[in-house]
Design a protein around this ligand. Structure first.
Ligand code: PLP
Length: 381
């Protein structure tokens, strides 16, 4: 392999992070909490156009805390998307509650509001509503919150948004993360902007944010000695990492534009080939295209998703199948599932292409060459 490896979604620094990180380092605030964390929380809330933000150690920690703040615990059920990364449902499992998985809709690949309506109706008839609904915004695109918010309102079940993959997305003029009682973001190394590791919890409710900060610092009561009347967590973000996140946040709009331009390039370059269908972006949605995803119809395209993946691997290019639905994961065997086989089909035929904001024109062209490489050439390679 003579050419550089092309990664799926590598970190992309702007240059500002280094100075901020050194400033934090030299200030000796080498701690969870500090001026960089405070500044990040302000700037993050401003970037989302309001609300309050809490900087945490990971997106998973944000999800876990959000559920704890809603009182989710053993014996409860939480309705969630089946097509997502395991972290979504792991956070539910940490509370002792059981996830109930719902299938995707074709329009957004996100949780199908029809199935949410059915499940909530069944739960109401049983006299046992879920404690929360945790909806994922997949691959940089919001779910259909017009319908989802109305349903959660109707049944008075709190909504939490897992926007870990969708910082910068907009749905009907509102930014991802600002639907429901709380929104959760990830600043992990593969996300659209990164602190290397970190997460943000956002809410309109200052009391929820105050309680989140309290629980995230071991639930220490105000007293001169160490006094605890509740179980807490060590979930705050390092001041050093908050400095990196601040530098990244400055270039978020540019990163969204670059990822969308990757998508536009792939779409144009592959338009003439039948059997490749890109993840749709319905009216009202402004996705970030965190990852460019498509599904493959092997009968039309002439090669399967796995054959394309193999060809890209041979060319030192990273690609990944779409998430394996959680209702099919051994770790969640026995959890309730409502739906058909939409998510399963997306998993079997869906492919995520290299989508980093630092992808060069030459690299994008290499990816397209790899996708179009003929099966016969694969044997010769
Ligand atoms: C990345 C991700 C998370 C977890 O975020 P971490 O910061 O890695 O803990 C949660 N949900 C989804 C959908 C994700 O993609």
């Amino acid at each position: 392999m003579d050419e550089d490896r092309i990664f799926l979604s590598p970190p992309h620094m702007s240059g500002a992070e280094r100075a901020l990180l050194l400033e934090a380092f030299d200030s000796n605030w080498i701690a969870p909490l500090g001026p960089q964390v405070d500044a990040l929380e302000q700037e993050f809330a401003a970037a989302l156009g309001g609300g309050e933000s809490v900087a945490l150690s990971s997106g998973t920690a944000a999800l876990h805390l959000a559920l704890v703040l809603l009182g989710v615990g053993p014996g409860d059920e939480v309705l969630t998307s089946t097509l997502t990364f395991a972290a979504t449902a792991n956070a539910i499992a940490y509370t002792g509650a059981s996830p109930v998985f719902l299938d995707s809709e074709r329009a957004t690949w996100n949780l199908d509001p029809e199935l949410l309506a059915e499940e909530l109706a069944v739960c109401a008839r049983r006299g046992r509503l879920p404690k929360a609904v945790l909806v994922v915004d997949l691959y940089g695109q919001c779910a259909d919150y017009t319908r989802i918010e109305a349903l959660c309102e109707q049944y008075q079940v709190p909504l939490v948004e897992d926007a870990a993959e969708s910082l910068g997305a907009v749905y009907r003029g509102r930014p991802a993360g600002r639907f429901g009682r709380m929104g959760c973001f990830s600043l992990n190394g593969n996300k659209i902007i990164t602190a290397s590791g970190g997460g943000m919890l956002v809410s309109e409710d200052p009391e929820l944010c105050r309680r989140a900060r309290f629980l995230a610092t071991q639930a220490r009561d105000p007293a001169p000695h160490y006094q605890h009347s509740q179980i807490g967590y060590n979930y705050r973000m390092s001041n050093l990492l908050a400095a990196v996140a601040r530098g990244q946040l400055q270039v978020l709009a540019d990163r969204v534009a670059r990822r969308r331009s990757n998508y536009a390039y792939y779409r144009r370059a592959l338009a003439a080939y039948p059997g490749l269908d890109f993840m749709p972006e319905p009216p009202g949605h402004q996705a970030t295209r965190w990852l460019t995803c498509l599904t493959v119809q092997p009968e039309q395209f002439g090669r399967s998703r796995d054959a394309i993946c193999e060809q890209l691997t041979l060319r030192n290019i990273e690609s990944r199948p779409v998430w394996k639905p959680l209702h099919l994961q051994p770790a969640f065997a026995g959890c309730r599932y409502r739906g058909g086989s939409v998510a399963e089909d997306l998993f079997h035929r869906g492919l995520c292409l290299p989508s980093g904001s630092s992808l060069s024109p030459h690299q994008r062209a290499r990816v397209v060459d790899g996708i179009l490489a003929r099966a016969a050439r694969r044997a010769a390679a």
